[in-house]
Design a protein around this ligand. Structure first.
Ligand code: MN
Ligand code: MN
Length: 466
């Protein structure tokens, strides 16, 4: 056999994903870069699930979506959104086919790891004022000190008034910081393991250092801070009890690399799948099936809570649509299909030892399809069927969406879960698919622009199923 024949045979018989740009035109690559400008905007405007929900509803309304009314019967082509408690949202376009044929779902989450303020967060020590925090989601605690933080969230007053808080996002805004020990005095600290070097209770945020009226009375710095908050927002210390306030990294998204091929930002997990899922449903014109993007909350803490996908809000939403057409929800769910759109770990050549290179996702090789997630013997995953994997593969290949296989890491290295199992538990076919991320769950994660665009293309094609 000639060498080129052998190469052709390899091409035919081997699975060998390549850098996506090899099979993209200049125009397509430029299209991917352009798409990511919108994504970067989305990242900077939404750093919490509340902000993302508001941003997504704004986009939806601008694209002709109206608020869902339970019990209403919707007809083909109608665009609706369901706002679940301002922290998760479903965007839906009614299809040509009967709802009894099932719906197509893309589900991504809009919460990200961060530092939540405790219910009684404010105190003063050594003439400095602090907020105590309880971290939310899986973080490496040592990554959070000595970076600029911003404060986001909502405070609900006793009369029900909701006060929105954002401090630290504008250039001229003050920021906040968790301090760390100087290396000169860190001899004992540096003997601790990485997981224990910074303890949960050490993630306490410095928020002020000047006393009220230059007064030397006790807790004068705390009083000054509380007075600033009262004058600006009208709330008192007791109101922290009915608040959801979060510290997140204050930096904006930006291009990474001299070639500008990547994006660095806080919260790619999972806004990097949420934004493409939102764009795909906004662009879904007269779909055959009813299509919906579910942008959910609480994934980072296990999907529990009534804004997470382990609750019934999506099931009930689908049931409302089903009943309006004369069916039961379960008849729709059993014929429905879902892309669980969540990120996966990208292979990092600096830390190859935890990855199985043959089953890892790589940045720039397209959107990653993961048959299962979970940990230690596929525990805590839905494990998609070969049949559904086959169908998804066919859809992606037919539309020339660049994709690759992904697995979180070596079998015994650790693991993680997604919303897939909660959707699968509703009798829906589901598979995980998403963008590979470097430094996942850190305050500043990195993704490839091409992969973000391929996620958008994958969800779009899924919504075009005939
Ligand atoms: Mn995620
Ligand atoms: Mn995550």
């Amino acid at each position: 056999m000639e060498k080129n024949e052998i190469d052709a045979l390899k091409e035919k018989l081997f699975y060998a994903p390549k850098h996506a740009s090899y099979s993209m035109t200049e125009d397509e690559i430029r299209g991917a870069d352009d798409f990511c400008e919108g994504y970067k905007n989305f990242l900077d405007n939404g750093k919490t699930e509340r902000e993302c929900t508001a941003e997504i509803i704004k986009l939806a309304e601008a694209n002709g979506f109206s608020q869902f009314i339970p019990g209403e019967k919707y007809s083909q082509g109608e665009k609706i959104y369901y706002n679940n408690r301002n922290k998760s949202v479903i965007l839906c376009v009614i299809g040509k086919k009967s709802i009894a044929e099932g719906v197509k779902i893309a589900a991504a989450h809009i919460d990200s790891p961060r530092l939540d303020l405790k219910p009684s967060p404010l105190y003063e020590d050594s003439d400095m004022a602090y907020f105590k925090t309880h971290y939310y989601g899986g973080i490496k605690k040592y990554q959070w000190p000595t970076i600029p933080l911003s404060l986001h969230g909502a405070v609900v007053l006793k009369d029900g008034t909701v006060i929105k808080v954002t401090v630290g996002e504008d250039d001229e805004d003050p920021k906040f910081v968790v301090t760390d020990l100087l290396p000169h005095l860190g001899r004992e600290q540096s003997k601790r393991t990485l997981g224990e070097a910074i303890k949960g209770e050490d993630l306490t945020v410095l928020i002020g250092s000047r006393p009220f009226n230059s007064d030397d009375a006790s807790e004068s710095v705390k009083l000054n801070i509380m007075n600033i908050l009262y004058e600006k927002y009208g709330f008192t210390e007791t109101d922290f009890l009915s608040a959801e306030l979060e510290m997140v990294p204050a930096f904006k998204s930006c291009d990474i690399g001299l070639d500008r091929s990547m994006i660095g930002a806080y919260g790619h997990d999972d806004r990097v799948c949420a934004y493409p899922a939102v764009m795909a449903v906004l662009d879904a014109e007269e779909p055959e099936y009813t299509v919906m993007s579910v942008l959910t909350d609480k994934e980072e803490i296990g999907s529990d809570g009534n804004t997470g996908l382990n609750s019934s809000y999506m099931k009930y939403f689908i049931n409302y649509l089903a009943v309006a057409e004369g069916y039961d929800g379960y008849q729709v769910l059993r014929k429905s299909e879902c892309l669980s759109a969540d990120v996966t770990a990208a292979f990092d050549p600096i830390y190859p030892e935890v990855m199985d290179k043959r089953n890892s996702a790589f940045i720039n090789k397209g959107v990653a399809v993961m048959k299962y997630t979970g940990a230690g013997g596929k525990s805590g995953t839905s494990d998609a069927s070969a049949e559904f994997m086959g169908k998804v593969r066919r859809i992606l290949d037919d539309a020339k969406v660049i994709w690759q296989v992904g697995e979180l890491g070596k079998v015994d290295a650790g693991g993680g879960g997604t919303v897939a199992k909660y959707v699968a538990n509703l009798d829906v076919d589901v598979v995980d698919i998403g963008v590979p991320v470097l430094s996942m769950h850190s305050p500043f994660e990195t993704v490839s622009k091409i992969d973000v665009y391929m996620a958008y293309r994958a969800f779009s094609e899924f919504f075009k199923i005939k």
